[in-house]
Design a protein around this ligand. Sequence first.
Ligand code: CDP
Length: 250
Amino acid sequence: MGLKISEEEFRRIMESGKRVDGRAWDELRPIKIRIGVTERAEGSALFEMGKTRVLCVVRGPMECIPSHIADPERAILDVAYRMATFSTEERKSPTPSRREIELSKIIREALEPALFLEEYPRMMIKVYCLVLQADAGTRTASINAASLALAHAGIPMRDLVTSVAVGYCYGKIVVDLCSVEDELCADVPIAMMPSYRKITLLQADHRLPIDRLPEILEIGTKAIDKIYQLQKRALREMYATTTREITGGE
Ligand code: CDP
């Protein structure tokens, strides 16, 4: 992925009090959610933030395969994050990269606290996140899609998990980074169980002043609350449609 503007130009725009794509500092990219996109799996969801688009499919709880990795105390949450070969400007190799393997682990760790894995000993829940189009924030979109797909699969959860990336650039804090911001700002992806205010993911990919962290978290939490409302609305609408289908609209 290449920068569309120079670093100097980016800095000039930021210092003039604007964002490169014209959004307000705390404004999210447009979000679209679709729940139930395949009938071949228990749960599925499509989550779009701007041009980033992720499909997540959930299977299970099911028998653990291979059986020798089964945990007698709890279910195994098996997360695979992958980028489609056509998701990036330059063709992505189909071989899972180190980044994809690391992100699979990070997404799993962000989701696990919301699940009652101890209720399903020796079982497996599979979560497959496929990035169809990448334009920054694919891990956050994957977490948002995955928690919806888990809910759609009927897997009991303490709460949804909701995620957004907050950026720190030239003293400014921006919400839901676009690709240029992702390249030039310190990126702080956050995931949370919003009802409990419990953080399940917090990363920082560049140095940033530690005294700005409370502000970053506060701004991130407000953005997460907005996404959480959209996730809940999408689930409610999906259940309302299902009910209409069952009752024939009565
Ligand atoms: O996607 P996310 O921001 O969670 O992770 P990242 O590693 O910070 O990647 C930032 C962006 O770089 C991605 O969203 C993609 O748009 C782009 N990227 C790419 O084009 N090709 C890759 N192999 C990896 C990332």
